[in-house]
Write a protein that binds this ligand. Structure first.
Ligand code: IFM
Length: 452
């Protein structure tokens, strides 16, 4: 583990003055309070009750108790000196059951959060959907069912109506690939279904819901508002030049990246993916006009980057001796520069923001109040440098968010893997900023010093 003095992202000095730094979280992973103020179940509440679905039987019932500790958490993140905070709204909290009128009490929570952020000089960046579909909508068919897209647009309009006067950055979906593939094909995430056709139908309805939601919000918006969505883009490179590996990497790239970027930014689904799917007997449920809606112009594309991988004969292969995180994910910062260059070359019309980047590492508590996480610091420094390099090479990249503020509920892994800048004692809920939190604060201070 790197020791102090810690690595610094020297190239960050090359980023433009208006480049924004932030931290990101999501509602289900931190809020807890599953029944407070009339909140209904989400698919993740249900999934956590399935024996064996989540490691150690962990649930989101308490999570980080953020619903009650929100003021303290805002003070913590404001103390880091970030420009912006990316959080998500819990759909079943603000519209229990996913239909009908808003819950005033549920919206009040986000209203207070936004006001506190603004009072501390931190810009709110709001994500509407970070995986917590109201259970009633899943019971009615979930994302594979077209109606869920329309319900999502209604929900977006209702949140925008309440918070749009103060929140200017709006993300519709977080990582639709994970929603569709982990949730409906692999069954590793809520709702735990294993049906590849349903998963591909979910992809189309997620994208349709995104486009409809953007249109509904744009009807009420002003020039100060920015709309977009966030994709997890994991580059898949062929492990060798063999035609099998090249073909396997093309398929992985098609299903993981182009199936999302092409319809959103080019207005069409990629032909090779459509024909691969046809070979499996799967047709995307596209109706007249859908692609126009999906391609509704956006102001920013959120990129979540964790690693890039090599594909051999259809399966990811890991380099034996390369560094990995506690989840076994390869540490590949150069892949981020390459990814940003590629996206800006192939889809030039839209500015990019890194809406998540971070790593799970084994933190060492040396003494009360001191959590050492030099590996995380080295990881963040290398990735910030990688972003700066992309900027130097001409990419329009405007921001970077660390994933994440607090050690939290890491989905099917439960509370085992820790991604936070701040550790959370699972018994007392006490927050302890790690060395990475101090490092990030000091980095941001230095970054703001006038350059000589
Ligand atoms: O914790 C998740 C987050 O919810 C979505 N992006 C990836 C993170 C780390 O796995």
């Amino acid at each position: 583990m790197p020791q102090p003095p810690f690595p610094q992202p020297d190239r960050a000095r090359l980023l433009p003055e208006n480049f924004r730094f932030g931290v990101a979280t999501s509602a289900f992973q931190i809020e807890g309070a599953p029944t407070a103020d009339g909140r209904s179940d989400s698919i993740w509440d249900t999934f956590c009750r399935v024996p064996g679905a989540v490691a150690a039987g962990d649930t989101g019932d308490l999570a980080c108790d953020h619903y009650r500790r929100m003021p303290e958490d805002v003070d913590l993140l404001a103390g880091l000196g970030v420009d912006t905070y990316r959080f998500s709204v819990s759909w079943p909290r603000v519209q229990p059951g996913g239909r009908g009128p808003a819950s005033r009490a549920g919206l009040d929570f986000y209203d207070r959060l936004v006001d506190r952020l603004l009072a501390k000089g931190v810009d709110p960046w709001l994500t509407l959907y970070h995986w917590d579909l109201p259970q009633e909508l899943e019971d009615a068919g979930g994302w594979p069912h077209r109606d869920t897209a329309h319900r999502f647009a209604d929900y977006a309009a209702l949140v925008f109506d309440r918070l749009g006067d103060r929140v200017h950055a709006w993300t519709t979906l977080n990582e639709p690939w994970c929603v569709a593939m982990y949730g409906y094909a692999d069954g590793m995430h809520a709702p735990g279904r294993r049906d590849r056709r349903a998963a591909l139908h979910a992809v189309h309805h997620l994208l349709l819901g995104h486009g409809e939601a953007v249109r509904r919000m744009q009807e009420q918006a002003g020039p100060e508002h920015d709309f977009g969505l966030t994709l997890n883009l994991t580059p898949s490179l062929p492990a060798t030049d063999s035609s099998e590996d090249v073909a396997a990497a093309r398929r992985a790239d098609g299903l993981g990246i182009r199936l999302y970027l092409d319809p959103i930014l080019l207005g069409t689904y990629p032909e090779d993916v459509v024909s691969d799917l046809a070979e499996e007997g799967i047709t995307l449920p596209v109706q007249d006009g859908d692609l126009d809606i999906i391609a509704t112009s956006i102001d920013v594309l959120g990129v979540n980057y964790y690693f890039s991988e090599r594909i051999a004969a259809g399966r990811p292969v890991r380099e034996e001796d390369g560094p990995v995180t506690a989840l076994g994910w390869p540490v590949t910062p150069d892949g981020l520069t390459d990814l940003l260059l590629r996206v800006s070359r192939e889809y030039p019309a839209v500015p990019l923001v890194i809406t998540e980047n971070g790593g799970a590492f084994t933190d060492a508590t040396l003494e009360e109040g001191r959590v050492c996480d030099g590996d995380r610091i080295a990881f963040l420094a290398a990735h910030i440098d990688a972003v700066a390099e992309a900027h130097v090479q001409g990419v329009d990249v405007r921001g970077y968010f660390v994933w994440t503020l607090l050690d939290n509920f890491e989905w099917a892994h439960g509370y085992g893997p820790t991604f936070g800048l701040v550790s959370v004692d699972r018994k007392t809920m006490a927050r302890t900023p790690k060395e990475s939190a101090r490092w990030f604060r000091d980095f941001l201070r230095a970054q703001r010093q006038p350059q000589v």
